[in-house]
Structures are given as structure tokens and as C-alpha cells.
Design a protein around this ligand. Structure first.
Ligand code: PHE
Length: 450
């Protein structure tokens, strides 16, 4: 059943759409995950491979998702149902809805940590440590505290739901219009601060100088997975945002903007983190605790440290919020379009499901830390299944579907409506039909045969 009721919406402006899609892309992936995986995977060489993945895989898939969304004006399930009724392709849509629920369940946990760290920066409790080891212990204690993590998990989720319930134009677009430019300004201030620290250049070198001896299969795999995660691809978030577009937009140039913004922010964040880490004589390969346990120690030793800490974690929370709302919106749009629900009912039900699913992830660093299956906690599994399998698989199938089933000419027709020329059509067609699916398939298969 496709009920197009007025719970759907439409972007008010072109810029609003681009900012909202960038807001989805730019999130914990850029600010929390990117620096620590760059740190773990050898610096500059990893960054280079990541950029290649963004260009030949991320860009084509994002354009495909935007086009599918605008053509069908539906959520991922409805979109595939409309273009290929009753076929297995609709499964891509369901995979996306499930991935949205799963990702949001642990995303809200980490989002909750960022909220907690804003509060703890204000009360100064994260800024009392001279060494990153002490700050790390403090972080470890915090994420192991059942009550606190559950409280902040709920708070973060509630904030996201509050925006989503207000709908596309009033909630999501308005929030992103204000939040995204703020984020950029804060980052530039932090980068200047970081780059002017004594010893900062060592960090810049680690970050930008590619040491090719560090490239191996594992590095490529992590880079590819992160390209999907960071650009919000492979689960229909961009498809859903595209479905709220009016027809006059130039989809190819919108894609270019979003990819550019997301990549620029990730690169900028690296320019904040690595110079600071090296200036403090710290290790870049700290793992997921990098931002939370190392940076407070860095801030402590900076002039205006409290202030810098507050704005940094506010930035992280803002980035996480604008991504979280896009994850929730995919699931909410499914219930609105496919089940005919009102927006409010959809938001309440989806919020409850995500909260419950998130509980074991929230407790994975405390109560359930030892409840491991195959050496990984619940949190690790949800992250691993979604980022490393569901997103690349969803992205690959979306590429095959648009390139071979729906077809390049149909895509081109949709993009070229309203006298817009799609100059790169031939290149895009080649990438989406051959390069993108093959590249993802190689990486996925390599994982199975390892
Ligand atoms: N792109 C977001 C980030 O970098 C995460 C995300 C993934 C959002 C998939 C939506 C869909 O944090």
C-alpha cells in the first residue's frame, strides 16, 4: 500500500537539501571514527585509498540513490517496489530499513557519550587529567556506568526524535540550516588552534604523507567500508532524502557538493586531531577511545581548554544529531509510505524499538563487557554487521539495480528532466555498471575467503 499522505514533505530550498544530506553524511563517522581508523591504519596512505573509494564508489552510488529517491518520491522499500514490483530487488529496501534501525541503535549510544562529554566539560570533570592514560581510565569508567550510559542514550535518541517528528521542512531542514555552518566555523577555529601548537607538523606529516608500505588488503577493506558509512550510503538514507526533492534540482551537482563537504570535514577533523596528538607526544593508534580519552588530556593542557572542550564536544554532538535524524527518517518514511501511519505514531514506535535495541550496545562496555561472542561484544557485532556487510552489500546491489535493471538511460532521463544536462553520464554509467559493483564484490569476497 502506498499512501502518500501529508506526513511526507518536501525540501524548501536547494541549499536546504544539500545541507541536510551533508548533515546526514557528516557525523560520528567523520569526527569520531575517521581519525581513529586513520590512526590505526597508518595515516596518509589510508587517507589516499579512502579518497579513491569516495570518488569511484561513493560518488556514483550517491547519485544513484538521489535519483532513485526523486524518481519514486518514496522510502527505500517503496522505491524498489515501484520500479521493480514484486521482485527480490525490494529486499534492498528492507535491508536498508533494518540497517537503519541497527545502526541507529549503537549510533545513539555513542551520540549519548558526546552529550555526556559536553556536560562533563562544563563541570570540568573530564579536564582534570594530565595524562591521556588517566583520561582514558575516566572514559572507561564512564562508558561502563550502566545508569549514565542508558540515560544519555535515551537523551540523544529523544533529541533526534524531537527533530524528526517535526517533519522534513520544519524539523530536519531548519535544524541543518543552522547547525551545519556552525560546525564548519567551530572546526576551522579548532584547526588553527591545533596547527599552531609546537610540534604540530609531525602530525601533519603522519596524516598527509602516504607511506605505501602500509597498504594491504585490510587497509583497503576498512577504507571502503568507511566510505559507505561516512557518506551514509547503502541503506537508503540518501534515497530517502532525495525523495523529498522537487524536480528542478541538478542531482549530479548536488551529489558533488555533498561528497565534497563530507570529505572536506573529515580531512579538516584530521587536521585538528593529528597535529594535537603529535604535539602532545601521544600515539595516533589509540582506537575508538581516541577522541574521548586523548583529546580531553590535550584540552587540559591548552589555554582556554574548558572552552575548547565544550565547543569540540558540542560539535561532535551536532554532527551526530544530523546523521541520527537521517537514520531514523529512513525507518519513519517506511512506516509513513508503506503502512500509511502518521508521522507521530511512526516516530514513537521507531524510537521505542531503537531504544530497546540499543540497550545491549550501551551496556557492552560495562555490565555486558564480558558477554562476548567470537571475541566481540554486542556493540562490536552490530557495528561490524552493518558497516562491513549490510552497507557495502546494499550499495553494491543498488549499483547493480540502477546500472543494469532500471538502466542508465532511465537514470539519465530522470536527471535531465527540466533541461538539466548530465555531462558525466557516460563516465557515471561505466562506473555504476562495472567498477562500483566489482570493487565492492572483490572486497566482500576477500573477507569471506580470508
Ligand atoms: N554518515 C554518518 C556518519 O558519518 C553515519 C550514517 C551512516 C548516517 C548511514 C546515515 C546512514 O556518521
Amino acid at each position: 500500500m502506498n499512501v502518500n499522505n501529508n506526513s511526507r514533505g518536501i525540501w524548501k530550498s536547494r541549499m536546504g537539501f544539500i545541507l541536510a544530506a551533508s548533515g546526514s553524511a557528516i557525523g560520528l563517522g567523520n569526527v569520531w571514527k575517521f581519525p581513529y581508523i586513520v590512526g590505526e591504519n597508518g595515516g596518509g596512505a589510508f587517507v589516499l585509498i579512502y579518497l579513491v573509494c569516495i570518488l569511484i564508489i561513493g560518488f556514483p552510488i550517491m547519485l544513484a540513490e538521489f535519483t532513485l529517491g526523486r524518481k519514486t518520491q518514496l522510502n527505500p522499500v517503496g522505491a524498489f517496489q515501484k520500479l521493480a514490483p514484486g521482485t527480490a530487488w525490494v529486499g534492498i529496501g528492507y535491508m536498508g530499513v533494518i540497517a537503519g534501525l541497527l545502526i541507529m541503535s549503537f549510533y545513539a549510544v555513542v551520540g549519548g557519550w558526546t552529550l555526556a562529554y559536553i556536560v562533563k566539560s562544563v563541570t570540568h570533570s573530564v579536564l582534570e587529567f594530565q595524562t591521556p592514560q588517566q583520561a582514558g581510565e575516566f572514559f572507561g569508567d564512564f562508558i561502563g556506568n550502566t545508569q549514565e550510559v542508558l540515560f544519555y542514550h535515551a537523551m540523544f535518541l529523544a533529541l533526534c526524535l524531537f527533530i524528526v517528528v517535526r517533519g522534513v521542512r520544519g524539523g530536519i531542514e531548519k535544524a541543518c540550516d543552522i547547525l551545519m555552518p556552525t560546525l564548519l566555523v567551530i572546526l576551522v577555529i579548532l584547526m588553527i588552534r591545533s596547527l599552531t601548537l609546537p610540534g604540530a607538523m609531525e602530525g601533519v606529516k603522519f596524516y598527509l604523507y602516504p607511506d605505501f608500505s602500509k597498504i594491504n588488503g585490510q587497509v583497503v577493506m576498512v577504507a571502503l567500508g568507511h566510505a559507505f558509512f561516512s557518506l551514509s550510503l547503502g541503506m537508503g538514507a540518501m534515497l530517502t532524502y532525495g525523495s523529498y526533492l522537487s524536480e528542478k534540482e541538478n542531482l549530479a551537482s548536488a551529489t558533488a557538493y555533498v561528497v565534497f563537504f563530507d570529505t572536506m570535514i573529515a580531512l579538516l577533523v584530521g587536521m585538528v586531531i593529528f597535529p594535537a596528538v603529535f604535539a602532545m607526544g601521544l600515539e595516533p593508534a589509540q582506537g575508538p577511545g581516541l577522541v574521548f580519552s586523548v583529546l580531553p588530556a590535550v584540552f587540559t593542557n591548552l589555554p582556554f581548554g574548558t572552552f575548547i572542550s565544550i565547543i569540540f564536544f558540542t560539535l561532535l554532538a551536532i554532527a551526530a544529531l544530523t546523521s541520527g535524524i537521517s537514520l531514523i527518517e529512513v525507518v519513519v518514511a517506511y512506516f509513513i509510505d508503506q503502512r500509511g501511519w502518521g508521522r507521530k505514531k511512526a516516530v514513537v514506535v521507531v524510537g521505542a524499538i531503537i531504544f530497546i535495541l540499543g540497550i545491549p550496545s550501551a551496556l557492552s562496555f560495562g555490565l555486558l563487557a564480558d558477554a562476548k561472542f567470537m571475541e566481540m561484544t554486542f556493540f562490536d557485532h552490530v557495528d561490524n554487521i552493518t558497516s562491513n556487510y549490510l552497507l557495502p552489500l546494499g550499495g553494491m546491489l543498488t549499483a547493480i539495480f540502477t546500472g543494469w535493471i532500471w538502466g542508465v538511460p532511465a537514470v539519465r532521463n530522470e536527471i535531465e528532466k527540466y533541461k538539466i544536462r548530465f555531462h558525466g553520464a557516460a563516465i557515471w554509467g561505466f562506473l555504476i555498471r562495472y567498477i562500483t559493483p566489482l570493487a565492492v564484490a572483490c572486497v566482500l569476497l576477500a573477507k569471506f575467503f580470508k
